[in-house]
Ligand binder design. Structure first.
Ligand code: ADE
Length: 304
């Protein structure tokens, strides 16, 4: 049957796993969000994709429908929504309920940032990234809860980044994503009684056509390969598989957690940031003892 043969290609999970389920995926028309949408559809889920660019959504929806609809099951809809705008978030949730009758899953994938060190970052740039990644996620969670999940339960997955060691070069995004990590823990506690689970997925360096286009400088991604213990870039399918697992009953005892999907990269150090050599730290002495500095290190390494 066409359904099972395409499922074999597009998902590790059991065909029909999400039959009769309904999901919203923000940023579902490109990159990781598009792959998540494709896998959900392939597993029988009805999906509403949302982002600011309606033409892109329309194109992606048409493409995925054609790709998967050979067996007549792909049920995808799209709506323009800027997650920063409260009224647009409210109408995304209410229109999804009007169209599909319920919302089982929410994937907060829409977000973004630009590279900037904090010293060079304007308040406008800071606010934009905080509003998209933190306030947008908060508004999506609150609205889906108030309009549906409070009375019916559900499962939420937020796509974030690893922030355990800060986020040099993207401090605005790191602060926002660390905020989402903490929000996730709060909501796991506040909403468990309503049958709502919420978890985060933090992807590491992932190759996607969208990433390649956004970072025209693809070496930005490929340069990280030597410091990824798995020694390759990840794929959007590997992120999607983790999202599907967390949404599904297989993860029914997991809530408030962040799952990192990065080939071990976060255990190995910063991918692009290197602490520069300098002699600018205040010298530390304690009685006879003086803490060795970089100059001592080089002296010992290269004795004359
Ligand atoms: N993806 C990136 N920014 C977004 C926004 N403001 N709203 C929805 N999706 C987005």
């Amino acid at each position: 049957m066409a359904a099972s043969s395409s499922a074999k290609v597009l998902s590790t999970f059991k065909p029909g796993l999400f039959n009769s389920k309904v999901a919203i995926v923000t940023g579902g028309g490109t990159g990781i969000g598009k792959t998540i949408t494709r896998e959900l559809l392939n597993l029988g889920c009805k999906v509403m994709i949302a982002s600011r660019n309606v033409e892109r959504l329309q194109k992606a929806a048409k493409q995925m429908k054609e790709e998967l609809d050979k067996d007549g099951t792909a049920d995808i809809s799209y709506q323009r929504c800027n997650i920063k705008e409260e009224d647009q978030v409210q109408s995304l949730i209410s229109n999804t309920l009007k169209e599909f009758g319920k919302i089982d899953y929410l994937v907060n994938n829409g977000g973004g940032q630009f590279l900037s060190s904090i010293g060079d970052l304007s308040t406008k740039g800071w606010n934009a990234v905080i509003q998209t990644n933190l306030t947008g996620t908060f508004q999506m969670c609150r609205e889906v809860y108030n309009q549906w999940m409070k009375d019916n339960g559900g499962s939420i997955v937020n796509i974030t980044i690893n922030t355990i060691s800060g986020a040099p070069g993207g401090g605005h995004s790191g602060a926002a994503r660390a905020g989402v990590d903490n929000l996730c823990k709060t909501l796991a506690l506040e909403w468990a009684r309503n049958g709502v689970r919420i978890n985060n997925v933090a992807p590491g360096p992932i190759y996607s056509e969208t990433a390649a286009a956004n970072y025209k400088d693809l070496p930005f991604l490929t340069n990280t390969i030597p410091i990824i213990p798995c020694k390759r870039l990840g794929t959007t399918e590997e992120v999607s598989a983790t999202v599907c697992f967390l949404l599904s009953r297989a993860a029914s005892f997991m809530t408030g957690q962040t799952v990192t999907v990065d080939g071990g990269a976060s255990l190995y150090g910063h991918l692009i940031f290197k602490a520069a050599d300098h002699e600018n730290s205040e010298p530390y002495t304690w009685g006879e003892y003086t803490a060795p500095t970089l100059a001592d290190y080089y002296k010992n390494k290269n004795p004359k």
